[in-house]
Design a protein around this ligand. Structure first.
Ligand SMILES: Nc1nc2c(ncn2[C@@H]2O[C@H](COP(=O)(O)OP(=O)(O)OP(=O)(O)O)[C@@H](O)[C@H]2O)c(=O)[nH]1
Ligand SMILES: [Mg+2]
Length: 298
């Protein structure tokens, strides 16, 4: 194995270790509370990040919500590659899981609301047959920062639910009454105790679903820059006015520091600031529409 690659893998392991330590605490409590409320829930709306539907899919949910109607919302579709998102929607539909791509930032909520009600059609019909108009009660779930609260705000047409571009903003369960016949409970973002592989840890960090310390931020920025240098070099060149994109991620962070005027007091490049900037700009879609995963691989 190339020494460079080993070095790269050890960086990823730092990321993954950190994620494991971050899991307990409020998520354990949230999981217990969600379990208690589950009996009053008819349907579970699982929110995935459209840029990384595979890594943002919590493997614990299959068991935990096995008895409920399920659907997927691929949110932040405005940040993902449109064609790849279409492939993902087709992929989930093939597995007979209702699925819709959505942007809580841009899309009108009516189509999403209809999809939710349609996904529960058989269940609601049984009530209609008895002459009852049932209120559908759903719970929106997903890993942190995928836009659960933002989706509810979009459906409500208000800013009732607290949103923020960092993990762990929603701390408690909270009902959103969309109309007389649809109520959706917001829930805190949930991860699972251990990532299957290093890449999952890195992807989950890139979409802002785990908090990182400074060291990890620089490592993750290397990972992202290497990835983009291969898949979307033109976006790096355009955004950071680079002359060229090379193999050396550290060199590129130096180039970005120079172009942006990020210098430390002694005149050295402030690569820490450049790393933060690249990660933030990716998270907010400033580099362009980028999907990190396609249905049959990354
Ligand atoms: N561009 C874009 N940004 C979005 C979209 N949906 C949500 N956001 C932003 O992403 C960030 C996270 O959204 P939240 O709704 O707080 O995410 P959450 O899943 O509730 O997160 P936790 O409560 O921490 O689990 C916020 O800054 C939102 O404004 C979207 O569709 N597109
Ligand atoms: Mg939230």
């Amino acid at each position: 194995m190339q020494p460079d690659f080993l070095h790269f893998l050890s960086h990823l392991c730092i990321l993954v270790d950190m994620d494991i330590q971050w899991y307990p605490g409020h998520m354990t409590k949230a999981r217990r509370q969600m379990q208690q409320k589950l009996k009053m829930i008819d349907m579970v709306i699982e929110t995935l990040d459209a840029r990384a539907p595979k890594s943002s899919l919590n493997p614990d949910f299959d068991d935990r919500f096995a008895s409920k109607m399920r659907m997927y919302v691929l949110n932040k579709a405005d940040l993902a590659d449109q064609n790849i998102t279409k492939q993902w929607v087709a992929y989930f539909k093939q597995q007979e899981i209702p699925c819709i791509s959505f942007s809580a930032a841009n899309d009108k909520p009516a189509v999403l609301q209809k999809q939710i009600v349609d996904a529960a059609n058989g269940f609601l019909q049984r009530y209609r047959d008895k002459g009852v108009k049932k209120t559908l009660r759903a719970m929106i779930v997903g890993i942190p920062n995928v836009g659960k609260s933002a989706i509810l705000n979009r459906l409500l047409g208000t800013k009732k639910m607290k949103e923020g571009n960092k993990p762990g903003v929603t701390k408690a369960l909270q009902w959103a009454k969309i109309d007389d016949y649809l109520e959706i409970m917001d829930s805190p973002g949930m991860l699972w105790p251990k990532f299957d592989d290093e890449q999952t840890g890195a992807v989950v960090a890139l979409i802002g679903s785990v908090k990182l310390d400074v060291l990890n931020e620089e490592e993750l920025a290397f990972y992202l820059i290497k990835l983009l240098a291969r898949s979307h070099p033109e976006m790096l060149i355009e955004r950071y006015k680079l002359d060229e994109v090379g193999e050396d991620a550290y060199q590129m962070l130096c180039d970005i520091s120079r172009k942006r005027g990020f210098f430390l007091k002694g005149g050295e490049y402030d690569t820490e600031r450049a790393a933060k900037t690249v990660l933030d700009e990716f998270k907010n879609g400033k580099l362009g529409r980028i999907s990190l995963e396609v249905p049959d691989g990354r």
